[in-house]
Design a binder for this molecule. Structure first.
Ligand code: MLT
Length: 240
């Protein structure tokens, strides 16, 4: 069987892909999914994505032992335990903890997909793991694969598109049929991969993070296959 792979460029396409039962692979390289993957790799028990800061406070008042994480405008909202810097999520601070997470774009994309049957959390940090998990489910259950770049405030973002291409490159190790958008991401990734950090640094989001003092976050998020884990979103929570 040939597995169909598409890279969904709009929210409308994402909704349709979820309705069709595709495996949803959600990417927010800078920095939401990279932070989540690092937190889970460092022992966080689970992550609950929520849409608004207000919702995050509300959940925290119900479960005071949960920790608040995320950003607005790139920085930590008042009263939060963590911002959205992957480097903050060290084992000492998060081992065994539940995080409530809200960001400008990443958690919005995740919440948009939450009713899909399979939602996998991806970034450069786990390209090979996520691709092999997606292929396994797709082959077993005869489903398509949809790659969802979160983008930035609803707009296209360079780093998520390139990460989509990195995942597509791994997927092509089996017989897959690529849509034009998936193929374009693959071509772009192949062009950029030997100087990935340099290319991503030229993007708008990276430039903005550098201005805010988060250059090290961009560097961290551009590492390919640092972890062999694939978190997934089920029943409102992300776990390993
Ligand atoms: C987002 O979800 O919009 C991003 O993770 C923003 C950021 O870099 O903090």
């Amino acid at each position: 069987m040939n597995i169909k792979v598409n890279l969904e460029l709009t929210a409308k396409e994402t909704a349709e892909a979820a309705r069709q039962g595709n495996i949803m692979v959600v990417i927010d390289v800078l920095r939401c999914t990279s932070s989540m993957i690092n937190a889970l790799a460092n022992g966080a028990r689970r992550i609950i994505p929520v849409k608004t800061v207000r919702e995050a406070y509300r959940l925290k008042s119900k479960y005071p032992e949960y920790l608040l994480a995320g950003e607005r405008g790139g920085t930590k909202p008042e009263g939060f335990d963590f911002g959205n810097s992957p480097l903050e999520f060290t084992r000492e601070k998060i081992q065994g903890k539940t995080l409530i997470f809200t960001t400008t774009s990443g958690t919005v994309a995740l919440i948009r997909c939450r009713n899909a049957k399979s939602v996998l959390i991806a970034s450069f940090l786990n390209v090979s793991s996520v691709a092999s998990r997606a292929l396994k489910i797709a082959s077993r259950e005869k489903r398509g694969i949809s790659i969802i770049p979160s983008g930035r405030k609803g707009e296209f973002s360079l780093e998520d598109f390139l990460c989509g291409g990195a995942i597509v490159e791994k997927l092509t190790e089996l017989n897959v049929i690529l849509s034009d958008s998936a193929f374009a991401s693959l071509l772009s990734f192949r062009q950029a991969k030997n100087s990935l950090l340099n290319q991503i640094m030229k993007g708008e989001h990276a430039q903005n993070l550098v201005k805010l003092g988060f250059r090290d976050d961009v560097k961290f998020c551009c590492q390919i296959d640092l972890f062999d884990i694939t978190p997934s979103l089920k029943n409102g929570a992300i776990t390993l």
